[in-house]
Write a protein that binds this ligand. Structure first.
Ligand code: AMP
Length: 402
């Protein structure tokens, strides 16, 4: 069974075609600058075919999907003979609101319910839906599934997800802490449970998805009981360009300081000009900031220190409310690739009993156990694989329906 996984953004569309009999990737790629001019990079993984990397006109997501199908089936770059070899499509959907606690096959009712989540993620949900729409047009009759970033966090208790604001906003407007990166937290926590080796029951795991966007989850008995992101991905730890949690009064203060800019413009500053970029003034990319720190830039040092401190503080609070931890897991761009960040975070966690082995920590982009002598929890680096989770869920949903 071949499953195409689609991650559609407002001007981009990433894809991976899986052979689910072997869970191997046949091809992957990305359409960029959709609606502007258009660029497609297509990488066949099986069959020794060459990479295609060129500008192509992509006025809408429909042309992007058509271009992807053309490359997947072409004699020069293709990995399948024709469209009929795509058995199902799995879509990443950023927000599933209160309605979706697990992945679903898409029909008209599901589409309408996803559309209702637009208020909660006005930039992302419409972009995700354009990908669904385009696939339904180009591949009518092929089952499509939606896999939600928020779904894994649905098991949080009400006292963890309820904001202390007038309750009507929850009842009438669905305002609550949803959390994001759920597919990643789900994958790496399941992997940690396998590594711990005694089943999910009784396990206590803190997962740290540290990338351009960063979030942490507390996973008890295999279920999420708390996470750092909120109704939007702005809440929680500091990120590349996002402030994470700050005093909300800052919105008003920034507006006044900037000569009366609107609330949305203030929010834009917290979303796009803050985080480690805002503090360091160097970059949102940890590689650049680490290099600047090595060169003696003290604001780069400060940005990294405050990131590590805030992440450690949340890890500590999750360990406290779970009554301990069996495993701490690092994943995503920074979590997988930055030994300095892992070391910096764990340097604040000695009091919580966490220790890492510095020589084992000296790895990038691969699975490793980096537990130090006497550590109260095992510490793992687990490369995340959200696309594989989407493909697995899609396969299971199609099998269920058959
Ligand atoms: P992601 O959003 O998961 O793709 O993570 C992207 C981020 O990972 C980049 O913006 C960098 O900040 C970070 N990153 C990737 N590679 C490295 C590395 N070798 N060292 C430090 N940070 C890295």
């Amino acid at each position: 069974m071949n499953i195409l996984v689609i991650n559609a953004g407002s001007s981009s569309l990433k894809y991976q075609l899986f052979d689910m009999d072997t869970e191997s990737i046949l091809a992957k790629g990305v359409c960029d600058r959709i609606g502007i001019d258009g660029h497609l990079k297509h990488t066949p993984v099986s069959g020794g075919k060459p990479v295609y990397d060129s500008d192509v006109p992509l006025p809408t997501h429909a042309e992007a999907i058509n271009a992807v199908i053309e490359k997947l089936t072409s004699s020069e770059y293709g990995v399948i003979a024709d469209l009929a070899e795509i058995d199902a499509v799995g879509h990443r959907v950023v927000h599933g609101g209160r309605k979706f606690s697990e992945s679903v096959l898409i029909d008209e009712d599901v589409l309408a319910a996803i559309e209702e989540c637009t208020l909660l993620a006005p930039l992302h949900v419409p972009a995700n839906l354009t990908g669904v729409d385009a696939c339904r047009k180009v591949m009518p009759g092929v089952p499509q599934a939606a896999v939600f970033d928020t779904a894994f966090h649905h098991t949080m208790p009400d006292y963890a997800y309820t904001y202390p604001i007038p309750y009507k906003y929850y009842e009438e407007n669905d305002i609550k802490r949803y959390g994001f990166h759920g597919t990643s937290h789900r994958y790496v926590s399941a992997r940690a449970i396998e590594l711990l080796g005694a089943g999910a029951q009784g396990t206590k795991i803190v997962t740290c998805h540290l990338g351009n966007g960063s979030s942490l989850a507390a996973v008890k008995d295999g279920k999420c009981i708390d996470t750092t992101m909120g109704v939007t991905p702005l809440e929680g730890v500091p990120m590349g360009t996002r402030s994470g949690t700050v005093d909300p009064t800052l919105l008003d203060l920034i507006s006044t300081i900037e000569g009366g800019i609107t609330l949305r413009e203030s929010l834009d500053i917290l979303n796009k000009k803050s985080g480690v970029l805002g503090v360091s003034g160097v970059s949102s990319d940890f590689r650049d900031i680490e290099a600047a720190k090595l060169g003696g830039n003290d604001r780069a040092r400060l940005a990294l220190d405050l990131f590590n401190y805030q992440v450690a503080k949340h890890i500590g609070s999750f360990i406290a409310v779970m009554g301990g931890a069996d495993a701490l897991v690092f994943t995503a761009g920074i979590g997988e690739n930055s030994p300095n960040t892992r070391k910096g975070i764990c340097s604040f966690l000695g009091g919580a009993g966490i220790a890492i082995d510095e020589s084992k920590n000296d790895v990038k982009g691969e699975y490793a156990e980096i537990t130090g002598a006497g550590s109260s929890a095992r510490v793992f680096i687990v490369p995340t694989d959200e696309e594989l989770v989407i493909a697995r869920d899609t396969k299971a949903l199609v099998a269920c329906k058959a």
